[in-house]
Ligand binder design. Structure first.
Ligand code: HGY
Ligand code: MN
Ligand code: MN
Length: 415
């Protein structure tokens, strides 16, 4: 079996670790997460890494460099998924990292090599994303302990159920001097590489993201007896908010802002009752934080005005905030060199519309990302697909990028 075929087979094995028989769903700190960590730990050992699970539930593995205790070059991605997910968003980066570690097994490197499978990049269970990589980066927030999932389980309870001690989450934090940098391979989750007929691309910056829980409050009334003049219909008002979001973001063009209402819940939700309350989510991103924040102000102003015109109240609570994360030029250059080594004479650079653990790790180390083409840009969907040839090129590029980093680090040491 080729290296790339093995990587894809491992993505299939991880895909089977799901809370649902008919779809891929692996939430943070669940039994499926624990099984995925155990499976990856076995692969880490096979690749010559010493595996351990850190105090935040991330699956880690390490092999030493020319001498014990050197700072580590970190490779990896995340093992959690969104509901009804594809099988490559996250896991592909972890298995590609393991493939590179296996290839470099006999190679002496001027740094330790670590692979991490972060436990919660999506934020799908508790709403706030990057919980694993933020613990790793030492940017954990105590307020998160009271976050709860749809069943009412708090993050604190989920930690304990997973066998972790909330009081020790700080032990997962790394210090800058322990790390050389972080290289993450990931599917693009967009159509740009395919449009350019490119297997691979390097990331220039990762979009900053903000997420909100928005509530539109009206008044539940009888669907038959209430004339329109007497209605304060929360769903009609929320519908105007949804179209306002798309209209304003779309007007900024392909390289501007991108905003999505992903979930709408209508109360009381009966066929014969005028909706009194609507809860919706907003996901807002842009290449720069300034553009993203300006868009939020525009959306909020128009949404509040359209709701007020209908006698509705609008409340917005921010549930997630991650700053845009530029890739470090020296590490990005190693990725460019890696892609060029695969025969691509003009590697394509692009900014990542999708969020990644690298944006959290950027708080503690330099970051760079390698993108792999995915079919039709589809992601966060079971039709997510990659070509084996692109994964093979991606593993080659990642291996060469690591060797480029080794040359750079060795050069610093010689300086
Ligand atoms: O939402 C994102 O951009 C990432 O896939 N979590
Ligand atoms: Mn994702
Ligand atoms: Mn991802």
């Amino acid at each position: 079996m080729s290296t790339a075929a093995l990587a894809l087979a491992r993505c299939d094995e991880l895909a089977a670790l799901s809370s649902r028989p008919d779809a891929i769903e692996r939430m943070h700190l669940t039994a499926e997460h624990a099984r995925a960590n155990a499976l990856v730990a076995g692969w880490m050992e096979q690749a010559g890494l010493r595996p351990w699970q850190d105090a935040a539930g991330n699956q880690c593995g390490r092999r030493e460099g020319t001498m014990p205790g050197l700072p580590a070059l970190l490779l990896g991605s995340h093992l959690d998924t969104v509901p009804d997910a594809g099988r490559y968003d996250g896991p592909l980066g972890v298995v590609m990292a393991l493939a590179v570690v296996e290839r470099l097994r006999e190679r002496e490197l001027p740094f330790a090599l670590e692979v991490v499978g972060f436990g919660d990049e999506e934020g799908a269970r508790f709403g706030t994303a990057l919980l694993g990589s933020r613990a790793f980066a030492g940017t954990w927030e105590e307020a998160w302990w009271d976050l709860s999932d749809r069943d009412g389980t708090t993050l604190r309870e989920a930690f304990r159920d997973f066998g972790l001690d909330p009081a020790r989450v700080g032990e997962a934090a790394r210090r800058p001097e322990q790390l050389v940098g972080y290289l993450e391979a990931h599917i693009e989750q967009g159509p740009h590489l395919e449009a350019a007929d490119a297997s691979l691309g390097y990331v220039t910056t990762i979009a900053g993201a903000r997420r909100f829980a928005i509530t539109v409050l009206g008044e539940a009334r009888h669907a038959g007896g209430t004339p329109y003049s007497r209605r304060r219909d929360a769903l009609v008002g929320a519908s105007e908010v949804v179209t306002t979001v798309e209209r304003l973001a779309r007007a900024t063009g392909d390289h501007g802002c991108i905003a999505t209402v992903g979930r709408v819940e209508v109360s009381p939700g009966a066929v014969n009752v005028v909706p009194g309350r609507v809860d919706l989510t907003l996901d807002l991103r842009a290449a720069t934080d300034a553009a993203r924040d300006a868009m939020w102000e525009m959306i909020l102003a128009e949404a509040e005005a359209s709701c007020a015109a209908r006698g509705l109240a609008l409340e917005a609570v921010e549930t997630h905030h991650a700053s845009a994360a530029p890739c470090a030029p020296w590490l990005q250059q190693a990725v460019v060199a890696g892609i060029a080594a695969t025969g691509d004479a003009d590697p394509m650079g692009l900014w990542s519309r999708a969020g990644h653990d690298a944006m959290a790790v950027a708080a503690v180390s330099d970051i760079a990302m390698l993108f792999v083409r995915c079919a039709d840009g589809i992601s966060h969907h079971p039709d997510e697909a990659v070509r084996e040839v692109d994964v093979a090129r991606g593993i080659d590029a990642l291996e060469q990028a690591v060797l480029e980093v080794a040359r750079t680090v060795a050069g610093r040491g010689a300086a």
